[in-house]
Design a protein around this ligand. Structure first.
Ligand SMILES: Nc1nc2c(c(=O)[nH]1)N[C@H]1C(S)=C(S)[C@@H](COP(=O)(O)OP(=O)(O)OC[C@H]3O[C@@H](n4cnc5c(N)ncnc54)[C@H](O)[C@@H]3O)O[C@H]1N2
Ligand code: MOO
Length: 417
């Protein structure tokens, strides 16, 4: 006679006998094994936003290129001693883009406008609001330090300085710095091509009529959107049924088109979980049981030299695994630095008991200085992903969290979302 196993209330309990790979171990494997696969090109500056720099970048010009005035006012030679001062004005003025070519004699002043290169003989400027002027001379109170209200040539960046390190992702501010230092083009890497494939007999396409037992493919638009926001070239590989031959054919095709493949669904060990089965049988699989909630049946493997992230089908798990595992790994494959998402310790606005021995991510947001979490931890509750503005990360060892305890909150923005 067979006996039933003891009942489990928590479907996420870590069954004995399986090796549960800690998150840090899986991350370390990815970091160690996945290197840059993209080639480089030189692009005009305006096409480089979000691209990864292929080389260190050197300033071709100083910023500012010449000493200049930081304010509208009057320029002269400093320093100026304490007490009332009267200086005669010389004819002419210096404005941004229209320098004054003459020399300002010692003891005289000249009208200057913000950004104007300092004329010869001028190293100090007084703000026009602090001056009385009758057209021929100016009166004001000292003291003024030599160099007051002036900017030194190269005080921000000197010609030949390294302004960006290889592997940096170009930001809008970087476009300003590159332009200011005379760069009209940058050496960047080509975008990493990341394919997204959904698996499952139950899936239909948005816009189609969903029959009984069918659901709309929600993961694909989400994953394609995530990848695009992270700066990768997202490639839609469509959907495939729970059929091993069809999946194999689709993966063969995908391996020729893209640098890396994300699948969702079929990552677990059920009868219809073909992704993990196929990878085990004909590819190579690195990890597929991770001490993580949600996202424990994550498959990390290779198919014809193309890395595959076999994401769990549940949308919440698919998103968490993409942010935690795929994002830094894809970044490194794209030639960028390995990234660790920036989090903050914030008092918990919730209490919770947790199984030690696995890491957990909860959908969360901050209200009134505390982190609140979504009402359900169900991995299919997609609405919680939209409700949330970030994730709470509970470390492997955490067991009991009480109101007011500090917990790690990682805003979506830390993942570039
Ligand atoms: N006996 C066990 N069953 C399950 C385990 C387990 O350890 N033992 N793990 C559970 C966990 S945790 C997760 S997560 C899921 C993940 O399994 P799979 O990756 O094999 O995913 P599927 O079974 O194919 O799908 C799970 C769930 O997600 C829905 N889904 C799939 N693709 C999409 C999509 N593109 N858009 C929207 N929803 C999708 C699918 O219909 C299922 O409801 O396994 C648990 N089971
Ligand atoms: O861990 Mo599953 O990945 O909860 O949804």
């Amino acid at each position: 006679m067979i006996k039933p196993p003891p009942l489990r209330n928590d479907c996420f309990a870590l069954p004995a006998g399986t090796h549960w790979t800690p998150v840090v171990e899986a991350l370390a494997t990815l970091r160690e094994r996945l290197g840059p696969v993209t080639s480089s090109e030189v692009l005009p500056l305006e096409q480089t936003l979000g691209r990864v720099l292929a080389e260190d970048v050197i300033a071709l010009r100083s910023n500012p290129p010449l000493p200049n005035t930081a304010v509208d006012g009057y320029g002269f030679a400093g320093p100026i001693p304490e007490g009332p001062q009267i200086l005669p004005l010389i004819e002419g003025r210096a404005a941004a883009g229209i320098p004054f070519d003459g020399v300002v004699p010692e003891g005289m002043a000249i009208r200057v406008l913000t950004g104007a290169p300092l004329p010869q003989g001028v190293d100090t400027v007084i703000l026009e609001e602090d001056v009385n002027c009758d057209g021929d001379q100016i009166a004001f109170h000292g003291p003024l330090k030599k160099g007051a209200n002036a900017r030194r040539a190269g005080e921000d960046v000197s010609v030949s300085d390294v302004i960006f390190a290889r592997g940096r992702v170009v930001t809008p501010a970087d476009l300003a710095l590159a332009a200011a230092t005379g760069l009209s083009e940058l050496p960047v890497r080509q975008q990493l091509r990341v394919g997204v494939l959904s698996t499952g007999d139950e899936l239909v396409e948005v816009g189609e009529t969903a029959g009984k037992g069918q659901i709309y493919d929600a993961n694909r638009p989400m994953l394609l959107g995530l990848l695009e926001q992270m700066g990768f070239a997202a490639v839609d590989l469509g959907r495939v049924k729970d059929d091993r031959d069809a999946l194999e054919a689709r993966l063969n095709n995908a391996a020729e088109q893209v640098d890396v493949i994300l699948t969702s669904g079929g990552a677990s060990a059920g009868d219809e979980d073909h992704v993990s089965a196929l990878l085990t049988e004909k590819g190579a699989i690195q990890h597929w049981r991770i001490a993580l909630k949600p996202g424990r049946p994550l498959a990390l493997g290779m198919w014809q030299n193309t890395p595959i992230f076999g994401l769990p089908g549940n949308p919440v798990a698919a998103l968490v695994c993409t942010l935690i595992f795929a994002r830094p790994a894809l970044g490194q494959m794209a030639g960028a630095e390995w990234t660790v998402p920036q989090g903050f310790d914030v008092p918990a606005g919730f209490s919770k008991r947790k199984k030690p021995g696995r890491r957990e991510y909860l959908r969360a947001r901050i209200r009134n200085g505390r982190v609140e979490t979504f009402a359900s931890e169900g991995s299919g509750r997609i609405s919680g992903l939209s409700w949330a503005e970030g994730l709470v990360e509970l470390g492997d060892r955490a067991a009991e969290i009480q109101h007011g305890d500090l917990v790690r909150y990682i805003p979506y923005g830390s993942f570039n979302l």
